[in-house]
Every structure is written in C-alpha cells, then in structure tokens.
Design a protein around this ligand. Structure first.
Ligand SMILES: N[C@@H](CCC(=O)N[C@@H](CS)C(=O)NCC(=O)O)C(=O)O
Length: 318
C-alpha cells in the first residue's frame, strides 16, 4: 500500500492521548487520513468504533487491516514503520533508549485526563484560570449529566449487542467510576501537587543535560525523542489548565520554561497541541453545516417545487 493511503487516525483535537500520536505523525512527516471521533458527545460508543477498540478510547491507528491501540504503542509503531528522522524511539536496549523509556514511564503514569476533568469540576483548582478550547469548557453538572447518559447508553447497547456485552458493561462502570473519581476534590488536588514533583524531576534532567555539555538539549540528549513528545503534551495541557504558572516560570524552573519556549515553536506542536482550539472549532462548524445544509437543500427543493407548481398553474390559467 502506498504511504498516502496507509494510515488512518481516529482521534479528537482536544484529546490528550491523541496529541501524543498527532505530534509523532507530524514530526515524522507521515501522511494519514483523519477520522474525528467526538468523545465529548459519546461517538466512541458507536458499535463500529467498539468493534475497532473494545475500550472505546481514542486514539486508534489503522494501517490497512492492522489496528494499533494505546497511544504509547501507536507512537512506537509509527516510529518503526515510518523511516524518516527524527528517531523517536531509540533502540530500547541502548543507554539512550532506556532513558527515553524511563522518562516516558514517569510522564505516562500521570493521569492527565483525570486532572483535566478534576479542574473542570473544580475550576478553583486552576492557578490562573482554565484556557481549554470552548467545546471542552463544560461545567461539572454538564459533564456528569453527559457521563450518566453515556453509562445508560452503554447498558442499553450491552443488551442490544450480545457479542459486545462485556465491552459495553465495562464501559458503563467506567463512566460511573469516573464521576466519583473526578468528584473527589482532595484526590484531584493531590494529583496536581504531585505534578510539581514531576516538573522538578524534568528541571533536574534538563540541568544535568546542560552540564553534560549539550546546549540546545532535549529531555534525553541532543535529539528530539518520544520522551519530548510526552513532555510537550504534558506542558501543553498544564497551560490549558492554567497550572503552568504554578509549575514553571522564568524564575521557577527556568530550564523547563526555556524548553517549553523552544519546543512550542515547532510546527508539530503548533499544529496539534496549540492548534487544538482552532481544529475543534473547524470541526464543530463542519458538523453544524452537515445539519443545516440538508435543511437548506430541502427548503430549496420545496421552493423549487413550489415555483414549478406556480408556473404550471399560471400557464393553465393564462
Ligand atoms: N491508555 C489510553 C488512554 C486513552 C484515553 O483515555 N483517551 C480518552 C481521550 S483523551 C478517551 O478516549 N476517552 C473516552 C471515554 O472517556 O469514553 C492511551 O494511552 O491511548
């Protein structure tokens, strides 16, 4: 199969885990088709998508008949299959490869989805105010209502599709659990506090790299790797949640500050993480047009029919 028609990415522009994969595809300059799954409106629960990934989660990458799931595995897969530089996942048995995996591990353990919704549930936990794209800015009540509806939908679909029963029932419980987890303000605050430790670790790593003599350093050595994709995604989300001023500044953790200034200049980050609001707005507009256009089309047809009828009537009586 030619490169152009090879990959299809199922994702949503504001989704944290989608960002990891989108950045990898952009960095590798890979061509891919896009299928947007609006997980804010429950599109991930559609039968067709559950058949693709029983966990009903984005991102999902398909390569012909092959289906690749879980953002970390997708990034590994893209790096293996697309030969262009940079090498995002160096040989995992090499020193540098081990370090890349170690840093990805630290960053991968942070449940940023939970922190994101925690901040939406309790906006006062944000340091400088939420800056998430408009489509994502919902109140606690709106989110809870949506998740309760999704849970009910899952229970109904479990009855309707016996072969997908387990997947839907698991997902039903997932939404109920998610509501209770994100409602626990103390735990959300603790998760935000833990972020501070991770940022401290990243600052130390960057200082260490500088000491090792690499001036324009990435998080592991002199070239951009998958560990940088994880870190840029994390910092980008911290910015959207208004937590950045708490975690780093020119004075507090200047290395992280400089790092973010530099990496956020890359077109891959501009297009994906920083471009999330624009991409979501464009998608929403297209969706609206899909609803409105058939109506206009319908009206035009009615109008045309009325016009023809009027002409015929006019002819008959002249
Ligand atoms: N471990 C998964 C997590 C993916 C994930 O949680 N994705 C979110 C969007 S950022 C999702 O699909 N949520 C759907 C839902 O809550 O039903 C990965 O790394 O790909």
């Amino acid at each position: 199969m030619d490169m152009k028609n090879r990959f299809t990415l199922y994702y949503f522009p504001t989704s944290y885990y989608s960002h990891l994969v989108l950045i990898a595809l952009e960095e590798k300059q890979a061509l891919y088709k896009e299928k947007i799954i609006n997980f804010l409106s429950g599109e991930q629960l559609k039968v067709k998508f559950v058949r693709l990934y029983y966990k009903c989660e984005i991102p999902v990458l398909t390569d012909g008949d092959k289906v690749v799931v879980e953002s970390k595995d997708i990034v590994d897969y893209i790096d293996k299959e697309v030969p262009t530089e940079p090498k995002l996942v160096p040989d995992k048995s090499s020193e540098i490869g081990k370090e890349v995996e170690r840093v990805r591990g630290i960053l991968g353990r942070i449940c940023m989805e939970y922190i994101t919704y925690g901040c939406l549930f309790y906006p006062e936990l944000s340091h400088s105010g939420l800056k998430l794209p408009k489509a994502f800015l919902k109140t606690r009540k709106e989110i809870e209502d949506a998740w309760s509806t999704f849970a009910t939908t899952c229970a109904e679909l479990a009855d309707k599709h016996p072969d997908l029963r387990d997947a839907y029932l698991t997902k039903n419980q997932y939404f109920t659990k998610k509501i209770s987890l994100c409602s626990d303000k103390v735990r959300v605050q603790k998760a935000i506090d833990d972020l501070d430790k991770v940022f401290e670790q990243m600052e130390t790593l960057l200082i260490q790299n500088k000491k090792d003599g690499v001036e324009e350093t990435w998080i592991v050595g002199p070239t951009l790797t998958a560990a940088d994709i994880s870190l840029a995604t994390l910092i980008g989300r911290a910015v959207y949640l208004g937590l950045d001023s708490k975690l780093f500044s020119r004075d507090k953790r200047p290395e992280v500050y400089q790092y973010w200034t530099r990496i956020s200049e890359r077109s891959s980050i501009k297009k994906t993480v920083l471009g999330a609001a624009k991409a979501t707005a464009q998608y929403m507009l297209k969706q609206k047009a899909k609803i409105v256009l058939p109506v206009i089309g319908g009206l035009a047809t009615v109008g045309l029919a009325a016009g023809v009828a009027a002409l015929l009537i006019a002819k008959k009586y002249t």
